[in-house]
Design a protein around this ligand. Structure first.
Ligand SMILES: [Zn+2]
Length: 391
């Protein structure tokens, strides 16, 4: 039998190699976004392929036929007869590095500081790739279950898996899926994310005039479109910061007892909140984050301050994103948001809604083979109960 203690020891032993593997991947600027060098993304695909092979994966190959721009890397390990198959997912592409002056060390030179490794993709999601590889290494390439692994190459830009998977169902057939592409609540505390919110998103355009006119001449009685839009946006929350969209119940708290509370200080730091800025909404953080709605403005079309002139703005647009708790209909939330905006528009301003999208959230089953809240007690899904493989 493989015990938790065995695993701890095995992980401890391989850790230096695991960090080297991560550094090797982080050194490659695999930015799949258009306009960045293609060769470097392909180099990350080849490196990932080699790393999977070295860890003991079989039938490792690049899935070139993905319709997106870059290949996914795929591999398998057969399990002992009768054991379940686990599908592992991560991605090797990364976001562009952003502003150079905000990095304390170059984004593609992985750098250790205070026991942490810094570099673009060191967390999202090359740590996911390496965590999967390390798990297989800890089992010396012979895990007690069957494994399939898919490492995607353009997740950050335009994931093409949603069309590829239905065309190749056998490659992805599994009893359990583990997506290694999310964070831990705090350093050193492994976290299993079992629910993700969905979203409803739209663009709202407000017009009050047929053209811009001088605000010195017409300002006062004539409403400008941007003020009208701002007033509409202000109705999305009440004075405490709760969602106040007509028809949406802000207090969705299903499965509350399964939520893990996050220490406020840890959360404020992770959220990069400025000192003294208040958190909004009075419910517990976990409830707000995982079973509550949120409403945010994620884009705004209005004259830039550098182009500002003494004119009444005739039209303004905002992109509004609602996060919708799993179990609630994202389509319905989109309808309610649309109706709300049309209703609250002041002064009979013209409102047009466009580019609407909605996608439901997700809740994983938490009573199956894969989910054992107390690893080590020997429940049916626990590591203990699977036989150690013959070496
Ligand atoms: Zn990611």
């Amino acid at each position: 039998m493989t015990t938790t203690q065995d695993m701890r020891q095995a992980v401890h032993q391989i850790m230096p190699t695991v960090i080297d593997t991560l550094k090797q991947l982080v050194s490659i600027p695999s930015i799949a976004t258009q306009g960045y060098p293609r060769e470097q993304v392909l180099e990350a695909a080849r490196t990932t392929e080699a790393q999977l092979k070295a860890a003991g994966f079989q039938q490792v190959r690049q899935l070139e036929e993905l319709s997106g721009g870059y290949p996914a890397v795929y591999g398998e390990i057969d399990g002992p007869p009768g054991t379940p198959t686990v599908l592992l997912y991560a991605h090797y592409d990364v976001q562009p590095p952003g502003r150079a002056q905000e990095w304390n060390s170059p984004p593609f030179e992985p750098t250790e500081r205070n026991g942490r490794l810094y570099g673009r993709g060191a967390a999202d999601d090359k740590s996911g790739v390496v965590a999967h590889i390390a798990t297989i290494q800890a089992f010396e390439g012979r895990p007690p279950v069957g494994i399939k692994i898919i490492i995607e190459g353009d997740e950050e830009f335009s994931s093409s898996l949603s069309t590829y998977i239905p065309q190749h169902p056998d490659l992805f057939k599994a009893d359990i899926i583990i997506i290694g592409d999310h964070g831990n609540i705090t350093v050193g505390q492994p976290t299993l994310t079992t629910t993700l919110r969905g979203y409803a998103e739209l663009t709202v355009e407000v017009r009050t005039l047929t053209d811009q006119v001088h605000n010195g001449v017409f300002g006062g009685p004539v409403p400008d479109a941007l003020v009208a839009l701002c007033r509409m946006i202000a109705t999305l929350h009440d004075k405490n910061g709760y969602i106040s969209i007509r028809g949406l119940d802000p207090n969705q708290q299903q499965e509350k007892n399964t939520l893990v509370e996050i220490p406020e200080e840890t959360f404020r730091k992770a959220a990069k909140l400025l000192p003294g800025v208040e958190l909004i909404g009075n419910a517990a953080l976990s409830a707000q984050l995982w079973t509550g709605y949120s409403a945010n403005v994620i884009g705004l079309d209005a004259p830039a301050t550098s182009d500002a002139s003494n004119a009444l703005i005739d039209r303004a647009r905002a992109r509004i994103n609602l996060r919708v708790p799993a179990g609630q209909s994202a389509e319905r939330a989109l309808e309610l948001l649309t109706q709300h905006l049309e209703t609250v528009a002041p002064w009979h301003a013209r409102v047009a809604i466009s580019d609407s999208h909605a996608s439901n959230g997700f809740v994983a089953k938490t009573d199956g083979l894969a989910y054992t809240p107390h690893l080590g007690r020997g429940g049916p899904g626990c590591l203990h109960s699977w036989p150690k493989r013959e070496r």
